[in-house]
Each structure stands twice: as structure tokens, then as C-alpha cells.
Design a protein around this ligand. Structure first.
Ligand code: COA
Length: 297
């Protein structure tokens, strides 16, 4: 699909994207590159990184890959520094690296819980912390955009509760809290905007194939307000809005991009029945005012 944004909205900017080698992270990398940014991607698997970097370069995007695990602080330090050395600045950090698997709370070991907290929550904070000194300089001299900007990818799982996702719900709640707190502190101190995106189920991603097997997927269709899965493109366009000057007054916001799914619940009454039932109830309440026993009327 064609982008509604001008192709130079990120011209001259440098973005570092964790988990940028696949899924949503890769699409964000691609769209940022197509809109003028130079892109560094971070991931654990060299093969995946190499493949992604070649794909980005084949689109004419200045791209580089750095191996690293967001759970390791030394990796975070090295990747952030390498990005700065390679491109000479860092304007945008996107935390898209995540870990997930389906498991009942009863069967989840504390180490399994900790592993996802380490990747999603601690990893996000570590990357933000390591990138801060460069983001402070990012965007300087560009007028309206102030300092650099951070984008954290979370989820909607923790807005209510989600089956077999206690670890990820807890981890994403911490990511959202981190987003808001950094937006407050770093927005005030350094003009760095920090926002998030909470994607719903997005087709053709590692997350979807792990969490929603095909047979579950077709049954879940009735509960989707827009009646379809999201696309990686939908998330990347929201990301472009948030990190570009289009979002220059948006700070501490977590944009839900899920077609309204998190609001959805089964109908308790068919739409046609509402008209009839509603009129009957109205009529009855006029004849028998609530709280007034028939004997007193
Ligand atoms: N069910 C229950 N527990 C699981 C599990 C599963 N499917 N997968 C891993 N665990 C537990 C392990 O048993 C282990 O706990 P233990 O030591 O008490 O046994 C703990 O989680 C760590 O597992 P391990 O395989 O050593 O972790 P890892 O660092 O190699 O991999 C994961 C991390 C598990 C998050 C892995 O799925 C991953 O690398 N994910 C990244 C990609 C991804 O998930 N993308 C989707 C994003 S939405």
C-alpha cells in the first residue's frame, strides 16, 4: 500500500530498531528507510539480520545490522555506540524486540516469567538508558522537533486480562509504564518524546504464528470489530506519525492499533431484538414506575 506520508518526513534522521530483522520491527525499519531515515537494526540472529539488511539495502536504504541481545547491557552499549559511530547520530530508538510463548500461569516457571520480563521490560529500559546521551543530541538544530524520540512497542493484553499470557501482560504493562515515565522525565529535561504503540493481532508476524494457531484464528474472527487482522504496514504508519514532526506534540501516548479489538465482547442481544425489547421495557416502566408497588398505584 502507498504511504500517505511524504517520502522525506524522516530525511537525515537515524533510527535504531531492536528486533528490526523480522516482523513488525522489520516493517518499521523498511518504512522509516523509505521515508528518508538511515536504519540500524539489532537482533540476536546473524542470519536474520544479514537477510534483513540486504533487503533494506536493495530498496536503497542506508542500513546496517548489529548482533546483540537486549537482555545484555554490554550488548546494548556496544550496539548503541556502533550505531552512533556508523551514522554519526541517533535520532530515533524503536524498541520492538520481544519474547513470547503461550503457557498457562500454572505451567509457567518463574524463570519463564523472568525471561520475558527481561527481554520486553528490562530490555526496553536498558536500550532507552543507553541511547539517552545520543538522543539528547538528536534533532538539535531542527526547530520544532526538539530532541530525539523513542517508540516502545507493547500490546493490549494487560488492559484487561489475557489467557496464557501472564508473563507478557506483566511485561507489556511495565513497558507502558516506562513509556509514560520517560515521557515525563525526558520530555521535560531533554525535549525527548517517548511514545508507544499497542498492536492488536497483526498478520504474517512471528508473534501471530506463535500465539494464534490457524484453527483458533478462524474462530476468533467474529470478535474482531474490523473483521480482519491488522497488517505490519498499519503499525509502521502509526510509527511514522509518532516519530516524525506530524507527532511533535504527542508525548507519553500509547497508540492502540488493533481495529478496536480490545474493546470487543460478544453481543448479549441481537441488534434487531434491541428495538423490540427496548420499547417493551419503556412501556412497562411507564405503566409501572420503578420502586412503586402495584398495590400503591
Ligand atoms: N512454555 C513454557 N515455558 C517456556 C516456553 C514455553 N513455550 N518457552 C520457554 N519457556 C521457559 C523455559 O522453560 C525457561 O524456563 P526454565 O529455565 O524454568 O525451564 C525459560 O522460559 C527460558 O527459556 P529459554 O528457551 O532458555 O529462553 P531463550 O532465551 O532461549 O528464548 C524465548 C527466549 C523463550 C522468549 C524465545 O521464545 C525467544 O527467543 N523469543 C523471541 C522471538 C519471539 O518470541 N517473538 C514473538 C514476539 S511477539
Amino acid at each position: 500500500m502507498e504511504s500517505p506520508f511524504r517520502s522525506d518526513v524522516l530525511k537525515g534522521k537515524v533510527a535504531l530498531i531492536t528486533g528490526g530483522g523480522s516482523g513488525i520491527g522489520f516493517e518499521i525499519s523498511k518504512q522509516f528507510g523509505k521515508h528518508g531515515a538511515s536504519v540500524a537494526i539489532m537482533g540476536r540472529r546473524k542470519q536474520v539480520l544479514d537477510f534483513a539488511v540486504s533487503a533494506l539495502q536493495s530498496l536503497g536504504i542506508p542500513a546496517v545490522g548489529f548482533e546483540g541481545d537486549v537482555r545484555k547491557q554490554e550488548d546494548a552499549t556496544i550496539v548503541v555506540e556502533s550505531t552512533y559511530k556508523h551514522f554519526g547520530r541517533i535520532d530515533i530508538l524503536v524498541n520492538a524486540a520481544a519474547g513470547n510463548f503461550l503457557v498457562s500461569a500454572e505451567d509457567l516457571s518463574p524463570n519463564g516469567f523472568r525471561t520475558v520480563m527481561d527481554i520486553d521490560s528490562v530490555g526496553t529500559f536498558t536500550m532507552c538508558h543507553e541511547a539517552l546521551k545520543y538522543l539528547k543530541k538528536g534533532g538539535l538544530g531542527r526547530g520544532s522537533s526538539g530532541g530525539g524520540t523513542i517508540l516502545n512497542i507493547s500490546a493490549t493484553l494487560h488492559y484487561t486480562a489475557s489467557w496464557y499470557q501472564v508473563h507478557v501482560s506483566a511485561a507489556k504493562a511495565a513497558v507502558d509504564a516506562t513509556t509514560r515515565n520517560l515521557a515525563l522525565e525526558w520530555g521535560t529535561d531533554y525535549d525527548i518524546r517517548v511514545n508507544g504503540i499497542a498492536p492488536g493481532p497483526i498478520g504474517d508476524t512471528p508473534g501471530m504464528s506463535k500465539l494464534v494457531p490457524q484453527e483458533v484464528n478462524s474462530k476468533a474472527r467474529d470478535f474482531r470489530p474490523l473483521y480482519r487482522l491488522g497488517e505490519k504496514w498499519d503499525i509502521a504508519m502509526a510509527a511514522l506519525y509518532l516519530v516524525s514532526d506530524a507527532g511533535k506534540f504527542v508525548n507519553g501516548n500509547i497508540v492502540i492499533v488493533d481495529g478496536g479489538l480490545w474493546l470487543s465482547r460478544p453481543r448479549h442481544l441481537p441488534k434487531e431484538a434491541v428495538k423490540q425489547v427496548s420499547r417493551i421495557v419503556e412501556k412497562r416502566s411507564r405503566e409501572e414506575p420503578v420502586g412503586v408497588p402495584r398495590s400503591k398505584m
